[in-house]
Design a binder for this molecule. Structure first.
Ligand SMILES: *Cc1c(COP(=O)(O)O)cnc(C)c1O
Length: 460
């Protein structure tokens, strides 16, 4: 399988090149040249597989010859051994809901599904090439801890994660700073998340530094992250359809960067019987506005009780745009340039109709989110985290839809408690965090300061 850029400016690359490249060098995003097709007989067979066995089947054609089947099996086994549930992503049915629990990994949010895999994949590819990698990222909470857990203890990788001091939840902060492996470097900057992002961008733009120090990213644009997420769409379908290819299912996905829901779109393109993809946003509604109006336009970011979706520009959206524009990179370039100039882009009424035929979108308010947590708890005793509640609320008109549960409710305990008066029992990974030893450097929100810190840390 070869990978191309949404902007058409690179020669096709292999899977491992795509993984190491992250963002395409022409500024676009990488996508497979074509999608492997899954027929009814294969769907039926896949419906009986364990999560791990299914992951190998789904991923194999995408990794192509770069990684042998044996290596892929080993990667998958290792990546999902860190999950506390034997099914990895179990489907539960409280009342008449269908909830796909994606939060049984080490940091209790769905990003583990992708980042456990990506961490091990990096390790394999770096061992092969004899190279090292220094991962640099800024986090507002969930991504940083999932990335740290994905690469902790690895010999060929150091990871530097910036978080805004005092502005992530206490649990999120502890999840990061209690990881004491020598290759993990937490930095609390005295500034905001935006400062963190700006610093990371500046350091990536310092090409000498970037090359000499082999900087890499783990943000949600890495193709391997999307690929790992495709698996649970098939897995969930198998649980509810019994393998009957005539059974179409809808999925409700709490969305921020369009990563998770794009994985659902990939599954659909491969032949998964999807009825609707329900795109659920909180108040930060750039994506639901796009589905409902055909206009993609950034707005102000509002803090909410589902903070991992407080995003007003979705880094994976360009991947979908590429398919909506019939895989025409010139058209994507034109629209993205317009976006850069005017802060908005618009698609034709025909294209808008095409979007609306597949996606249903809703922006869910804070009150509606809390009400959903309350209602589900009162009716079934099941506790939704605020992100999941956004998705469940958006799916109200779609009975039988599979709602993706993206975080464990104990991870966002304060918002849950505010809604229902009780907190959810924390999973083992979140227990005792407050008593553990921590390590974290506190530094000024300045790119030069961070660069010096990285240099001196790596010189030791
Ligand atoms: C990151 C995250 C999301 C949004 O996922 P995208 O891939 O950015 O759409 C939703 N819920 C939680 C808990 C997250 O951590």
């Amino acid at each position: 399988m070869r990978y191309v850029s949404t902007r058409g400016g690179i020669e096709p690359v292999s899977f491992s090149q795509a993984v190491m490249m992250g963002l395409a060098t022409d500024g676009g995003l990488l996508l497979p040249e074509s999608f492997p097709q899954v027929d009814a007989a294969t769907l039926q067979r896949w419906a009986k597989l364990s999560f791990q066995a299914l992951a190998v089947e789904v991923m194999q054609p995408f990794v192509g010859e770069d990684i042998s089947r044996e290596e892929l099996v080993a990667l998958v086994e290792k990546s999902y051994a860190s999950f506390s549930h034997p099914e990895v992503t179990p489907l539960v049915e409280p009342g008449n809901l269908r909830i796909l629990e994606l939060f049984h990994g080490p940091t209790a949010a769905f990003k583990d599904v992708a980042l456990q895999f990506l961490g091990n994949l990096f390790e394999l590819l770096l061992e092969r090439s004899g190279q090292r990698l220094n991962i640099l990222g800024a986090t507002s909470g969930d991504t940083g801890s999932a990335a740290i857990y994905g690469v902790r203890g690895q010999e060929r990788i150091d990871i530097f994660i910036l978080h805004p001091k005092g502005r992530v939840s206490p649990i999120q902060e502890r999840q990061m700073t209690t990881v004491l492996d020598a290759n993990v470097h937490n930095i609390a900057i005295t500034g905001t998340f935006d400062d963190g992002q700006r610093i990371v961008k500046e350091l990536f733009n310092d090409l000498d530094f970037k090359q000499e120090y082999k900087l890499g990213a783990v943000n949600s644009i890495n193709w391997a992250r999307i690929l790992a997420q495709v698996v649970y769409y098939f897995y969930a379908w198998g649980r509810v359809s019994g393998g009957d290819a005539s059974q179409k299912v809808s999925y409700s996905v709490p969305t921020g960067n369009f990563g998770d829901i794009f994985a659902g779109y990939v599954a659909l393109r491969m032949g998964l019987p999807v009825e609707r993809l329900i795109l659920a946003t909180n108040r930060n509604d750039i994506l639901s506005r796009f589905v409902n109006s055909g206009v993609y336009q950034t707005g102000e970011v509002h803090p909410t009780i589902s903070p991992s979706m407080d995003i007003q520009i979705s880094s994976n959206f360009e991947r979908y745009l590429y398919f909506l524009m019939d895989q025409n990179p010139a058209k994507v370039r034109e629209l993205m340039e317009q976006m850069g100039r005017e802060g908005k882009l618009e698609v034709s009424p025909e294209k808008r109709a095409e979007v609306a035929a597949l996606f249903h979108a809703a922006a869910v308010s804070e009150d509606e989110t809390r009400e959903q947590i309350r209602e589900t708890y009162a009716e079934t005793g099941y506790i939704l985290d605020p992100h999941t509640a956004v998705g469940v609320h958006a799916a109200r008109a779609f009975p039988g839809a599979i709602c993706l549960a993206t975080a464990h409710p104990a991870k966002f305990g304060a918002a849950v408690k505010e809604a229902i008066g009780v907190e959810s029992e924390p999973p083992p990974s979140l227990q005792g965090l407050m008593e553990k030893e921590t390590r974290c450097a506190v530094l000024a929100a300045d790119a030069g300061v961070i660069r010096d810190f990285m240099k001196s840390t790596l010189a030791d």
